[in-house]
Design a binder for this molecule. Structure first.
Ligand code: GDP
Length: 360
């Protein structure tokens, strides 16, 4: 499964947030999740469509899609030099498919800031600098190797061009995620280089009541991190919220004036950042969301349920969620001409409610 690595300077609230994430996972533990690892938080993707489907099909339970967050030890200045946790830290980041940087935007004088002052922009620069330097080190070794391979016709000139272009961009201090498109670099070639700063980024600003109400500050930080997504939450509040019974949590959330828990936003943004989408299945046992990539075909989607479904794929009956709910049942959707029989070339859409037909 694709994972999002959580990084950030010490004392910004990473553990607090991660504990909330793992607690959310425990709460959802009656779902068939993958094995629980201590540094991985597998959180349910909130999806109100599942509850509606469960009503239509009188399903016993709902099974949401999930997003995996990996807790990566705190970055410190000098990580790219291999100091302290540096090398292990960088190795962990390399394995993540996206990077979620937690940044402190709460004031609390009782919590020491490593640099002695609270400044989200400076914190982001500190971490970006470390990642940029690490990528530059990678390229310093890769470029001479690629030059040799191009001469020996073992590598494409286009890959070497991408590497040199990436180096130029990184030397200006810009991450590839932020600057590669504007610099005209070939995204596929850049991806082949497997550099850390070309992974998609998400920023979590850990803030307090004042910060959650300060839309001017939020707009400024959003613009600063674009095209990355920014989420503003109070990690301490989130960790308290997941300890409560659902009705108490709803009450506390309403009192806070927030529309939904920050963790829900984080799960949704994370899922989207990873380029994922869901299709749905439903029956008397369960209403369930299945995770697929964008652009996947029906047989590929079937393979997520079982490889036999993909191998023996014949066709899929597809009703879009909105049509199904409007019709009230699959039979009614069929009668209204809203159920489609799709073949192996069908490209799945988010919210398709599907029943596969297959040979065993
Ligand atoms: P980490 O080093 O990034 O994992 O940070 P921790 O999660 O351990 O948090 C560091 C300290 O900040 C702890 O004492 C937390 O209780 C406190 N803390 C974390 N989040 C918040 C927050 O949103 N508001 C306030 N006031 N304190 C927080």
């Amino acid at each position: 499964a694709l994972t999002i690595g959580i990084v950030g300077l010490p004392n910004v609230g990473k553990s607090t947030l991660f504990n909330a994430l793992t607690r959310a996972q425990v709460l959802a533990a009656n779902y068939p999740f993958a094995t629980i690892e201590p540094n991985v938080g597998v959180v349910p993707l909130p999806d109100p469509r599942l509850d509606r489907l469960a009503e239509v099909f009188a399903s016993e339970r709902v099974v949401p899609a999930t997003v995996s967050f990996v807790d990566i030890a705190g970055i410190v200045k000098g990580a790219s030099e291999g100091e302290g946790l540096g090398n292990k830290f960088l190795a962990n980041i390399r394995e993540a498919d996206a990077i979620c940087q937690v940044t402190r935007a709460f004031a609390d004088p009782d919590v020491v800031h490593v640099d002695g002052r609270v400044s989200p922009k400076d914190d982001i620069e500190t971490i970006n600098t470390e990642l940029v330097l690490a990528d530059l080190q990678t390229l310093e070794k890769a470029i001479p190797r690629l030059e040799k391979e191009v001469r020996g016709k073992k590598a494409d000139q286009a890959l070497l061009d991408a590497a040199v272009g990436a180096q130029r961009l990184l030397e200006t201090g810009t991450t590839l995620f932020q600057g590669a498109a504007a610099a005209g670099l070939d995204p596929e070639r850049v991806a082949e280089l497997q550099l850390m700063t070309s992974k998609p980024f998400i920023y979590v600003f850990n803030t307090d009541d004042d910060g959650l109400a300060d839309t001017a500050m939020q707009d400024e930080l959003r613009a600063f991190v674009a095209p990355a997504d920014a989420i503003f939450l109070d990690a301490k509040f989130e960790s308290e919220l997941v300890e409560l019974e659902p009705d108490e949590a709803a009450e506390m959330l309403a009192e806070s004036g927030q529309a939904e828990p920050g963790l829900d936003q984080l799960a949704r943004v994370g899922f989207h950042t990873l380029g994922l989408q869901t299709y749905l299945t439903a029956g008397p046992k369960e209403a369930r969301a299945w995770t697929i990539g964008q652009g996947w075909t029906a047989p590929q989607a079937a393979g997520v349920i079982h490889t036999d479904f993909q191998r023996g794929f014949i066709k899929a009956e597809v009703v879009h969620f909105e049509d199904l709910v409007a019709a009230g049942s699959v039979a009614a959707a069929r009668a209204a001409g809203k159920a489609r029989i799709e073949g192996k070339d069908y490209v799945m859409a988010d919210g398709d409610v599907v029943e596969f037909r297959f040979n065993v």
